[in-house]
Ligand binder design. Structure first.
Ligand code: AMP
Ligand code: GLY
Length: 422
């Protein structure tokens, strides 16, 4: 099997690594990939842009690629799947219409309402005056969301009405056409990623991300600073409810809209203090860094699952099997992220970290003059597996301690919530 993998983050390094565990996968071509994917045997990078559909399609056809797996949301939202499918190329990832579940928060909210799914109450606005008047009639905290893709920067959890109004002005001034204003929910967040072929949906192990930059969940929102799986809050009984009350209704609602959704449906959930799961958002792709915590525990060959999704054969697959134990992932970022940061700092110690048994996934890295240097905000993701969280986290942090670069930053409290649990 030959797989073309689109993306260049830690998530794609983890996907490539898991796919290559199977001898059935002869070759992976990463577009554009990173220095992590470049360093693996049977894996090569192809320097095309992720929105160069023509280039990607041509390569996939000429090289007889078995399947294209799309990592990031942007090419999905731009219609890469529609483009490649017209050429009879198998694609793992939803079409443009399906990707709206992530690319338009108002579209997603109306789908949730249509399906009768538990989610925060929300209203959609097209102008600042009406939106601000609405907020003034509500209580803070309140949540203001840009409708479109915003690279994790489109959501303001406003502590006061004034803060919410400032966020509304900011969005409309920046030409955001629609703003969603949502009821504030409290509780614990969990990411449930599920594989679907448009008919059947199979959840993966639940994971917990750490979205804020600062320890104690403070400061700006980021792409994610660390993750662990399986998240104990999503007990098997709760996962059953999530499947029946959220995932299956989502697929049914997509079908009702005539959407053949094949790929990952990622539900970002709030588990309220009384144990109710409510949808905060859907994403149309694997999470980053959740994937770097989930996939190392996967035993079923990943290529079988992904291919079955593209061929609408997921129902025929045996139940997904998982390794015993848990995984913890710590993201190492460049100082200043998610704001401005420097690139080009020399990175050392990765081999030493891996000698300790951890896996180091590359995200923002590059080879320059034969040296590995930083090339992004989130630079590396370090994952360790253990019998329990204490073990996995101790090992992950011991590995992180081996790695050095100027201005390196990471949170020291990843998994603190579950550290003492078995
Ligand atoms: P989203 O991109 O919609 O998941 O929002 C990003 C983050 O904002 C989430 O991970 C939550 O931490 C927070 N958030 C979003 N919606 C709500 C809400 N209704 N209540 C409380 N926090 C929220
Ligand atoms: N880690 C959050 C995301 O992938 O959207």
């Amino acid at each position: 099997m030959k797989v073309l993998l689109v993306g260049n983050g830690g998530r794609e390094h983890a996907l490539a690594g898991k796919l290559l565990e199977s001898q059935k996968v002869r070759q992976i071509i990463c577009v554009p990939g990173n220095s992590g994917t470049a360093s693996m045997e049977r894996c090569q990078n192809l320097p095309l842009r992720i929105d160069d559909f023509e280039g990607i399609g041509r390569f996939a056809l000429v090289h007889n690629t078995s399947m294209v797996v799309v990592g990031p949301e942007l090419p999905l939202a731009l219609g890469i799947t529609d483009y490649l499918k017209r050429q009879n190329i198998k694609v793992f990832g939803p079409n443009k219409e399906g990707a709206q579940i992530e690319a338009s928060k108002s579209w997603a909210k109306s789908l949730m309402q249509e399906a009768g799914m538990p989610t925060a109450y929300a209203e959609v606005f097209t102008d600042a005056t009406t939106a601000k008047a609405y907020v003034a009639s509500q209580k803070a905290p309140i949540v203001v969301k840009a409708d479109g893709l915003a690279a994790g920067k489109g959501v303001t959890v406003a502590a006061t009405v004034e803060e919410a109004q400032a966020a509304i002005d900011d969005l409309f001034n920046n030409k955001c056409p629609l703003v969603v204003i949502e009821e504030y929910l409290t509780g614990e967040e969990v990411s449930v990623l599920a594989l679907t072929d448009g008919l059947t949906i199979r959840p993966l192990l639940p994971a917990q991300d750490h979205k804020r930059i600062g320890e104690g969940d403070t400061g700006a929102n980021t792409g994610g600073m660390g993750a662990y799986a399986p998240a104990p809050i999503a007990t098997p009984a709760l996962m059953e409810r999530i499947t029946q009350e959220i995932l299956e209704p989502a697929i049914a609602a997509l079908q009702k809209r005539g959407i053949d959704y094949r790929g990952v449906l990622y539900a970002g959930l709030m588990i309220t203090p009384d144990g109710e799961p409510k949808v905060l958002e859907f994403n149309c792709r694997f999470g980053d860094p959740e994937t770097q915590a989930i996939l190392p525990l996967l035993e079923t060959p990943l290529e079988d699952l992904l291919l079955a999704c593209t061929q609408q054969r997921l129902a025929e697959q045996p139940p997904i099997s998982w390794k015993q134990g848990v995984a913890a992932c710590v993201v190492i970022a460049a100082d200043g992220y998610p704001g401005d940061y420097q690139k080009g700092q020399v990175i050392t110690g990765i081999e030493k970290a891996e000698e300790l048994g951890a896996t180091v996934f590359h995200a923002g890295t590059q080879m320059k003059n034969k040296q590995l240097v930083t090339d992004g905000g989130r630079v590396l993701a370090v994952t360790a597996i253990g019998e329990n969280f204490e073990q996995a986290l101790t090992q992950a942090y011991a590995a992180v301690d081996c790695i050095k670069f100027e201005g390196m930053y990471y949170r020291r409290d990843i998994g603190d919530r579950v550290r003492k649990q078995v």
